[in-house]
Design a protein around this ligand. Structure first.
Ligand code: AMP
Length: 230
């Protein structure tokens, strides 16, 4: 089997993170989320974290080189040997170009999954998103609310919202997506990456994950499966 590289592509709130978690748990491949990596650095308060905190809070994009170097270092870790899944990267044509050069050198042929979701659905989803700061569980007040309001079902921690899920910031993130990220699809087409559009608006996440797994198996052959949840 080729070393799989899945690029989960789509606007903020399209379900990339949710799908990435399903796929990471069912296939033995690493999950690389640039948003999570950057948030860890902001929480740690190191130099890079301090540099990017303001940009992230306002819904803008972190400089290409900064994000690219995080990804390069991450891909070299041993858990990426069986393949990896990119969630939130690349987000600009420049990042996509750098990535394609890296994949060419390593002989890796990627598969792009484009999660298409209606913008009104995204705005509703993100404004209802709540996270557990202790275990990372994600809830949604309309579709997957916690049993007890505002508290994590798993460990009882008080749930929080992401700073950049505030309504004004969500609009800025969607504009940044339209301006900087949507053109990446044309770049993918220009280098002949296979792109599969998946409708992520109304179907349950587990059903979408099943569809994605079928696409992965078609491209890479049977993939190593751990616990079959999706
Ligand atoms: P996410 O969790 O993927 O929605 O990312 C949260 C925020 O992190 C984004 O709004 C950006 O500020 C920053 N970010 C994440 N990935 C990238 C990327 N590939 N390029 C630039 N900024 C990014």
């Amino acid at each position: 089997m080729n070393r799989p590289c899945l690029i989960l592509f789509g606007p903020p709130g399209s379900g990339k993170g949710t799908q990435a978690k399903f796929l990471r748990d069912t296939l033995q491949i690493a999950h690389i989320s640039t948003g999570d990596m950057l948030r860890e650095r902001v929480s740690a308060g190191d130099e890079l974290g301090r540099e990017v905190a303001g940009i992230m809070k306002s819904g803008g994009l972190v400089p290409d080189e900064t994000v690219y170097h995080l990804v390069v270092d991450r891909i070299e870790r041993p858990d990426c040997a069986n393949g990896f899944l990119l969630d939130g990267f690349p987000r600009t044509v420049k990042q996509a170009r750098l990535l394609s050069e890296l994949l060419d050198v390593q002989g890796i042929s990627p598969l792009v999954i484009f999660l298409k979701v209606d913008y009104n659905v995204i705005i509703a989803r993100l404004s209802g998103r709540r996270l557990c700061p202790t275990c990372g569980a994600v809830y949604n007040l309309s579709s997957s609310a916690p049993e007890e309001a505002k508290v994590c079902d798993l460990d009882g921690t008080r749930l929080v919202s992401r700073d950049d899920d505030r309504p004004g910031v969500v609009l800025d993130r969607l504009k940044a997506y339209e301006r900087e990220t949507a053109p990446v699809l044309d770049f993918f087409r220009s280098v002949n990456y296979p792109i599969f559009e998946v409708d992520g608006t109304s179907r349950p996440p587990v059903e979408i994950a099943r569809e994605i797994r079928i696409l992965i198996e078609k491209k890479y052959g049977s993939v190593p499966v751990s616990v079959s949840k999706a």
